[in-house]
Design a protein. Structure first.
Length: 107
């Protein structure tokens, strides 16, 4: 029973960044992606098992860079990154022409 509870915690984004993660700057990004999954309810509903044959070097490097240790955590974060809304282009377009032309940008 404890093993099942631990697995459920990992699937819902309860995993953690490994202390030796190569890119510690990713920790807040990964946390934000996990929060997005929970906030939008994407962690709810029926679970689906996914199987894939991927290059071991790709998995190894992704785990090393993120510090994630399980395939489930790695795939959850990767999929969350794909579905997370990026509103940069819309915000950029909305603000076009709104800067004062005399603003000194320092370069």
């Amino acid at each position: 029973m404890p093993k099942r509870a631990a697995r459920r915690e990992t699937e819902s984004g309860g995993g953690s960044i490994a202390p030796g993660a190569a890119d510690a700057a990713l920790a807040p990004v990964i946390d934000a992606l996990r929060e997005h999954v929970v906030r939008t309810g994407l962690d709810q509903g029926e679970r689906q098992q996914v199987g894939a044959r991927l290059p071991a070097s790709l998995i190894r490097q992704a785990k090393k860079r993120t510090g994630l240790s399980s395939n489930t955590d790695l795939l959850t974060v990767a999929l969350a990154n794909l579905v997370a809304e990026d509103a940069f282009a819309d915000a950029f377009e909305r603000t076009q022409g709104q800067l004062d032309p005399d603003l000194d940008l320092g370069f």
